[in-house]
Design a protein around this ligand. Sequence first.
Ligand SMILES: NC(=O)c1ccc[n+]([C@@H]2O[C@H](COP(=O)([O-])OP(=O)(O)OC[C@H]3O[C@@H](n4cnc5c(N)ncnc54)[C@H](OP(=O)(O)O)[C@@H]3O)[C@@H](O)[C@H]2O)c1
Length: 264
Amino acid sequence: MSRNGNGRQCALVTGASGGIGLELARILAENQFDLVLLARSRDKLQALAGELKAAHGINVTIAPADLSEPNAAQAVFEALNGGGVQVDLLVNNAGLLHEGQFSAIDLDQQLQLLQVNVVAMTALTYLFLSPMLERKRGRILNVASVASFMPVPNLAVYAASKAYVRSFGDALSQELSGTGITVTTLCPGVTDTALVEGTDLGSLPSVMIMDPKSVAQEGYRACMAGTPVHVAGIANELAVQWIRYQPSWLMRAVGGLLNKSRST
Ligand SMILES: NC(=O)c1ccc[n+]([C@@H]2O[C@H](COP(=O)([O-])OP(=O)(O)OC[C@H]3O[C@@H](n4cnc5c(N)ncnc54)[C@H](OP(=O)(O)O)[C@@H]3O)[C@@H](O)[C@H]2O)c1
């Protein structure tokens, strides 16, 4: 049994200061996981840590870090190792989105997005997987998106970053079959969080928008079941099934039409 000396397993949640990550942290706490909470906002992490410790009697460590910094993943891994914290469940949830024409978004911002959504996620998986393999036990939950299933004009880099997350996780779940380690990729559709505030996505009809708690609950259940890929919500699942069986020329045309209707 993998433990931090108290009989509980420990989950590291990136992007735990808000949205889906915060709800995942709450659900994990309710299920008696010790937690490591990672995000840039130290104050929010401290407040959440206090709330979860008091409500559930668990240990909570905060790990304020900026995952757009190239060495952040390594630094977090070493700090936790040095502090004797063993991570049994890794949740790669932190992510950011920039909406707009590719050529109109600052290059530094696009590269930062890739650093957080792709590079840091890959590095954290690599680093925390190694001790999991030694223990022959562990779980990884990566948060991709419904946008991973098709190219999305005005979200070109974001959607491509999420296609990476899904492809990577799906392949890894197969590589790790029989090792005691599961990899789950959660694909939410549009969800009511700060990520989509002020974007065209946030102004969709409310029936098309999920709440972060429901998304997190589905993600937690899929992770515990070891499901390789889970699309959150029935409407999103139906949309993904439809997308899967369309030729790529049609998906490009649909993306182009959506883009046109948004820019008019
Ligand atoms: N909302 C949606 O419609 C939607 C749909 C599909 C997929 N997703 C995915 O779901 C995941 C969570 O998104 P959300 O909707 O919950 O967004 P959110 O409310 O904006 O939360 C994003 C989290 O990531 C953290 N974060 C952002 N940049 C970071 C950085 N450089 N270093 C460390 N942490 C950073 C934020 O904390 P700090 O600001 O404190 O650093 C925050 O805790 C993302 O991967 C997103 O792509 C969201």
